[in-house]
Design a protein around this ligand. Sequence first.
Ligand code: M6R
Length: 369
Amino acid sequence: EKGGWSSFMAKEISEEPEAVANTLIGRTADGAVHLEELAPLGDEVLAGIDRIVVIACGTAAYAGMLAKYAVESWSRIPVDVELSHEFRYRSPVITERTLVISISQSGETMDTLMAVKFARESGAKVLSVCNTQGSSIPRESDAVLYTHAGPEVAVASTKAFVAQVAALYLVGLHLATVRGTLDAKAIARNVRQLHDIPEKLAKTIESANRLRELAHWMADTQSVLFLGRNVGYPIAMEGALKLKELAYIHAEGFAAGELKHGPIALIEPGQVVFVIVPSPRDKLSLHPKVVSNIQEIRARGARVIAIAEQGDAAVHPYADEVIPIPLAAPLFEPILAVAPLHIFAMELAAAKGLDVDQPRNLAKSVTVE
Ligand code: M6R
C-alpha cells in the first residue's frame, strides 16, 4: 500500500497537493463557494452567529489556529481556538449564537468527541470538519464538512492538516458570503488562491531536497526552535510538534514577537532555529520585524533556517539556509510553508533510524480521554 514510498508518511506528504485539490472539488463554482453540507445549520443561523469556537487537538488544533486569521478577516466573526480537553472541563460561555467547529482527522478523538457533545448540550450548533466517513464525531454533529485527504495511516498528520485548512477556508468564505462581509470579487480572488495551492504545494515539495541533507547533518541535534508570526505562528507550533513526535527532539514553537519576552534567553551558539518569514508584500509590514528577529538571534550564534517567499532577498544575508516557497497571498502562504517542516521532521527521524510511521508511545487515534 505504500507504493514505492519508504514510509506511509512520505507517501502522505506527497499527497498533500491532492488532499487540498480533492477537498475543494465540487465546492466552488464561478468564483463562489457552495457548501451544501452547511445547509443543516441554515444560512439565517449562520448570518446571526456572534462567535466561533474551534475545538480540536494536536495538529488539528493548529489547522484551527491558522484558519482563525482567515475566518476573522473575511467574516468579521470572532474566532477562539480551544483544545478540546480544556474547553470541556470548565464553564465556557456558549449561547445559541455560538458556532462550534470541531476538527478531527480520525473522527474518533475522545477529547474532541466529548467536547462536541458538551457543546451541543450547552446549546451551540456544531459543525465538524472530519476526514473519516462514518466516524463518531460526525454522528454527534449538526453538520459535517468532510475533508477528502484520503485515508491517513502514518501517526503524524500531514495531508489531513492541509485539507483541514482548505475546508476551513471554504467555511470562512461561505460565512463572508452569507454575511456580506466580502464582495463577490474578493470571494473569487480568494477562491482562485485556494485553487492555486495544489500546484504550488507540489512545487514546494519537489524543491525540498535540501532538507534531506540538512536533516542528516542535524541527526545529533538536541533542541530545535521554531519562530513564526501571524499566520506563521501556528506553522511554527506544527513544525515543533512534528519534530517532538517523530524525532524525539525537544522542540518549541514561538510567536516571533514573544522572543524578547523570554525565549531569546534560550539562544546560544549553535541553537538551530527555523523561522517562517512573512511575505515582504504583506500589508501588515511584519516582514522587517521578523527579519530583525533573525538578526537578533543570529547575533547570538543561532543557526537560522528560514522558510521564505521565493526571491525574498532581505532574508539571505542573515539566514544560514533559505527554503523557498512560491508566491501566494499572505493568508495562503502558510499552507505551503508547512510542507517543508513535515519533510524535515520525517527526514530527521529517518536519519536517526526511527520508525517514521509509528513513533513511540503514540496512537493514530486517541480514543481515550
Ligand atoms: O484524529 P484527530 O485529527 O482528532 O487527531 C488529533 C491529534 O491527535 C493529531 O493531530 C496528533 O496531534 C498528530 N499525531 C500530530 O501529527
